[in-house]
Design a protein around this ligand. Structure first.
Ligand code: IMP
Ligand code: MG
Length: 174
C-alpha cells in the first residue's frame, strides 16, 4: 500500500488568501498592536505567513496543548504542554490555529485565555470543518472552509509527517 497526497488547496490559493486575511486583520486592528498566539505545532506555518502580511505592530507567543483522551477524538479537556512565555493581560490577542474540527480544543483553550484578562480575544483559523463541530466556537477569521476530509500540509500532519508541504492536501492510500 502506498500513500499519495492529492492537492486540495494549492500554494498560490493559500498564499493569496493569507495575504487577504492579513489585510483584513490590519484594518480591524488599526491603531492597535496585535498579540498573536500560535498553537503549536500545526499553527506555526500559517502564523508566520500571516504575521508577514499584517501591517500593524505584531508580537508573538507560542503555546502547546494536548487533549486528554484516547484515539483521534479530542476530549475537550486540554492539557497545557507548553504555556505562554508572557502575560496576555490587557493585550489584543489573536489566537492562530491550523484547523477547527470538533471545536473542543479551541473552546477550552479560549476559556483558559479569557480568564487571563486580555483586552480582546479573537480566533483566526486557516481551515474550518463546520460539519464536524460539536462545541460552539466563535471563529472570527477563516481562510478556508473545507469538507470533512483528513488534510495535511501547511503545518498539518499525518503521524507528524507532511507539515512542510506548501499546500493543503488529502492523504490517499492505494
Ligand atoms: P478539535 O478539538 O476536534 O477541534 O481538534 C482540532 C485539532 O485536531 C487540530 O488542532 C489538529 O491538530 C487536529 N486535526 C483535526 N482535523 C485534522 C485534519 O484534517 N488533519 C490534521 N489534523 C487535524
Ligand atoms: Mg492544532
Amino acid at each position: 500500500m502506498s500513500e499519495k497526497v492529492r492537492v486540495l488547496i494549492d500554494e498560490k490559493a493559500v498564499d493569496e488568501k493569507i495575504a487577504e486575511l492579513g489585510k483584513k486583520i490590519s484594518e480591524d486592528y488599526a491603531g492597535k498592536q496585535v498579540h498573536l498566539i500560535c498553537v503549536l505545532k500545526g499553527g506555526v506555518f500559517f502564523m508566520c505567513e500571516l504575521a508577514k502580511r499584517i501591517s500593524v505592530p505584531v508580537t508573538m507567543d507560542f503555546m502547546s496543548v494536548s487533549s486528554y483522551g484516547a484515539g483521534t477524538k479530542s476530549s475537550g479537556v486540554v492539557k497545557i504542554v507548553k504555556d505562554l512565555d508572557e502575560s496576555i493581560e490587557g493585550k489584543d490577542v489573536l489566537v492562530v490555529e491550523d484547523i477547527v474540527d470538533s471545536g473542543r480544543t479551541l473552546s477550552y483553550l479560549l476559556e483558559i485565555l479569557e480568564q487571563r484578562h486580555p483586552n480582546s480575544l479573537h480566533l483566526c483559523t486557516m481551515l474550518d470543518k463546520p460539519e464536524r463541530r460539536v462545541t460552539n466556537v466563535k471563529v472570527d477569521y477563516t481562510a478556508f472552509n473545507i469538507p470533512d476530509e483528513f488534510v495535511v500540509g501547511y503545518g498539518l500532519d499525518y503521524d507528524q509527517r507532511y507539515r512542510n508541504l506548501p499546500y493543503i492536501g488529502v492523504v490517499e492510500l492505494d
